[in-house]
Design a protein around this ligand. Sequence first.
Ligand SMILES: Cc1cc2nc3c(=O)[nH]c(=O)nc-3n(C[C@H](O)[C@H](O)[C@H](O)COP(=O)(O)OP(=O)(O)OC[C@H]3O[C@@H](n4cnc5c(N)ncnc54)[C@H](O)[C@@H]3O)c2cc1C
Length: 325
Amino acid sequence: MKVAPLEEELRTMAIGDVKVGELLSRHTSFRIGGPASVFVEPDTLDGVVRVLDWARDEHLPYFIIGQGTNILVSDRGVDAIVISTARGLRQIEINPPLMRAGSGVLLTKLCHVAERAQLSGLEFAISIPGTLGGALVMNAGAHGGAMVEVVESVLVWDAIRGVRRIQAQDVQFQYRQSRFMNNPWIALEAELRLKPCDSVNIRRTMQHNMEYRKKSQPVGEPNAGSVFKNPLPHYAGKLIENVGAKGWRVGDAQVSTLHANFIVNRGQARAVDVLTLMRRIRLFVYRDTGIILRPEVRWIGPGEGGATATWENLWYEEGVGLREL
Ligand SMILES: Cc1cc2nc3c(=O)[nH]c(=O)nc-3n(C[C@H](O)[C@H](O)[C@H](O)COP(=O)(O)OP(=O)(O)OC[C@H]3O[C@@H](n4cnc5c(N)ncnc54)[C@H](O)[C@@H]3O)c2cc1C
């Protein structure tokens, strides 16, 4: 991608901050990831839509990033326009029992706002890092709850049909999955349906959930949450623990000694270290159980499909890159 003219065009559009070669390790909870060709942080919803329209019309690869808590970005970076929702999609409106929020709002912030408004339903999400947008895409969940239970509708930018509102059933939420993953859709905002409830009860449940998390997950070290999806009815963490993988290390990437389905960055881990560790884990679990673990963390970088390649069925071979499983 020829960056200079794109940068100039984006600056002329005056939609917000534009950076060339911004290291994505600064924008991921793993603290891993090479440079983005162009990194844009639009200031408004209109700015997000304008940059998306422009990238589509110019046939430029683009990638949307929330808080970067569920992605593993290539060490070589991403040859694409990376668009952050952090600044422009931050509005919150309450009209009990409905709540409307921009997809760049942090889930934890939303939980606290709901608590103050005496609205229940988001307690499960109090300790899930990331933005509302990322949570919609992943159908994020914990403590027995998930986004599917509270979403009423989503305002999306659809590369084909423009900005439109879709109802929750059309998002087809499934376990850590949604139609966002295989459609050219970007979530702009969502309407959530909550239930009136006493703040004290909401706070008590949230407190309980936060304490549980502190005890069971390596919250103090850079990571991207659960690396693999649970191959239901099994738990990925248990399968990984059973092959003795806790503590395995490649470079500075290490399988957490607290929770085997977490890989932590002990300092200077590279994406390739994490991928190698994941590959080893998958091989051992497959050898012992016949179960193929599917990544929950999303791969961002070169591979089949260009900048937005995902690796649901991809396998990483050192020296070869990603190939179909
Ligand atoms: C310590 C830790 C604990 C975690 N615990 C949990 C947990 O309990 N349950 C759980 O489900 N997850 C968990 N996660 C994973 C992660 O927090 C969630 O998946 C979160 O919802 C991702 O949000 P994000 O904004 O960081 O998304 P990102 O990582 O920025 O993006 C994730 C994917 O969503 C896409 N995306 C982001 N925003 C949009 C948008 N507006 N429109 C369209 N696509 C978009 C991105 O392109 C990418 O493909 C955990 C992560 C960490 C680091």
